[in-house]
Design a protein around this ligand. Structure first.
Ligand code: ALA
Length: 456
């Protein structure tokens, strides 16, 4: 194995870990689910889950990564006691990272397609939502177009990773994240000046018991939990890897708080961009999945861009923002995939990148084909893209999180003492002692319930 690389700065670590978390989950899935599940109450429950689940689990992942100096492909092998079986977790982690990328790269490809359409202005004359819906339908039925856009995402992102941790991943992601924040603030300020911004904000930020009732409390809670896991990508080692690249100067609770806060800031800002626009140009959003469903960005929101003054520029900047959010996650997860190979084989980074470009191009085919030529092929009522999303978000992330928490808090794992010493090495806010029983018993119980609700 090559000698292990590390980040050139703390800022690099924070922005890349936040970049891994910040992605389509924040800027696409969060506003859509918030709209569909009635607004503000969903947001509150989601934030509660980030605090109750997200932050402690993230400290566990980062501690295992930093304590082992390995990715999930061998971190449990390094830290477990002789004869234990925790290392089997590597299979779940590796499968989770690949499965996530098997559909995520295709959706990232849609953002590239729509960015080009806005940049060239080719889509700007279509104002009707139904016509835009037809166009989106034609886009996802167009196999060569989807193959081209997905493969381009895979090539560019592995190309960046092949340059190395500091020269590729850190340099490019830092720059992308800075532009993402600038674009986001610009778009949000613009949106807040729109005429019905107030109504949009009220829907988004003022809780309404009636809307909660309409959406159904159980559904709102389980979607908010799923969203919290997805947005942080916790449980499959995609955050742990970045713990493995840092030193012991800072305590990991502070680092986790910063990453989760940045992730939440981006999600909340995405809502500030979308809801005022939706209430100004589209009479708001409703719980109707057709209005706020998966195609929302490419139908309703695009129609809003095409109707508003200066919409071509706003649309172009918006899809650029989406590309940076998606690419920061893809690059981070690809870095994790590369590190599996570097740890488990003797191959060099460049060769591992080439192999994985080909591998992921092949693995992305089921999700792509499920949108068109395999449209009738379903397993358990789901096409491949939905199935991959479901397995990652509702099964692997919660199971993986459960394993991390048990490993860090119980004697039959790494144990509370070792976790406590690792997580609290350095400066910054410390994990308090009283968290021990929460991590040992309460958190696993919550995750277990989440898992059951998610699956059944
Ligand atoms: N955490 C990633 C996202 O939010 C998967 O998109």
């Amino acid at each position: 194995m090559d000698s292990r690389e590390s980040f050139s700065s703390r800022l690099g670590f924070i922005l890349i870990s936040a970049g891994c978390a910040i992605g389509l989950g924040n800027v696409y899935r969060f506003p859509i689910t918030t709209g569909a599940y009635g607004g503000a109450f969903f947001v509150l429950i989601y934030i509660a889950f980030l605090i109750l689940l997200g932050i402690p689990i993230m400290t566990a992942e980062l501690a295992v990564g930093r304590g082992s100096k390995r990715s999930i492909a061998s971190s449990f092998d390094v830290l477990e006691k002789p004869g234990q079986k925790w290392h089997l977790m590597k299979y779940l982690g590796i499968a989770g990272n690949y499965l996530l990328m098997m559909f995520y790269t295709t959706i990232a490809g849609w953002m590239v397609i729509y960015f080009i359409r806005y940049l060239t202005g080719s889509i700007c004359d279509i104002k009707e939502v139904s016509e835009l819906g037809n166009q989106f339908g034609a886009t996802i039925s167009n196999v060569p177009l989807l193959l081209g856009s997905t493969f381009a995402v895979i090539l560019v992102c592995f190309g960046i990773c092949s340059l190395g941790l500091q020269k590729g991943v850190e340099r490019v992601t830092k720059w992308m994240m800075v532009v993402l924040f600038v674009l986001m603030f610009g778009l949000a300020i613009y949106s807040l000046t729109l005429s019905n911004a107030k109504e949009g904000l009220a829907f988004y930020l003022i809780p309404s018991a009636q809307r909660l009732k309409d959406a159904g409390l159980g559904t709102v809670i389980s979607s908010a939990m799923g969203q919290a896991f997805f947005t942080l990508s916790i449980g499959i080692g995609s955050i742990a890897i970045f713990g493995s690249y840092i030193g012991k100067e800072r305590r990991l609770l502070g680092e986790s708080l910063t990453i989760v806060s940045l992730d939440t800031l981006v999600a909340i800002m995405a809502g500030l961009i979308i809801f005022p626009a939706a209430f100004t140009y589209n009479n708001g959003v409703t719980a109707d999945a057709g209005t706020v469903g998966a195609g929302f960005l490419f139908t309703t929101l695009s129609s809003i861009f095409n109707t508003m003054p200066g919409g071509r520029l706003v649309g172009t900047l918006f899809f650029l923002f989406m590309i940076f959010a998606a690419f920061s996650t893809v690059i981070a997860v690809f870095e994790n995939i590369i590190s599996f190979w570097l740890e488990l084989t003797k191959l060099k980074r460049a060769k591992v990148s080439v192999i994985n470009v080909i591998l992921l191009m092949v693995l992305s085919l089921p999700a792509i084909f499920s949108l068109n030529i395999w449209g009738n092929v379903t397993i358990g009522g789901k096409g491949f893209m939905d199935l991959e999303d479901f397995v990652v978000s509702n099964v692997l992330l919660p199971i993986g999180s459960l394993v991390y928490v048990l490993f860090c808090s119980h004697k039959f794992g790494w144990g509370w003492d070792k976790y406590f010493a690792e997580v609290n090495s350095g400066k910054g806010p410390a994990v308090p002692k009283w968290l021990k029983n929460y991590m040992k018993f309460v958190l696993p119980a919550i995750i277990f319930v989440v898992l059951l609700i998610s699956i059944f």
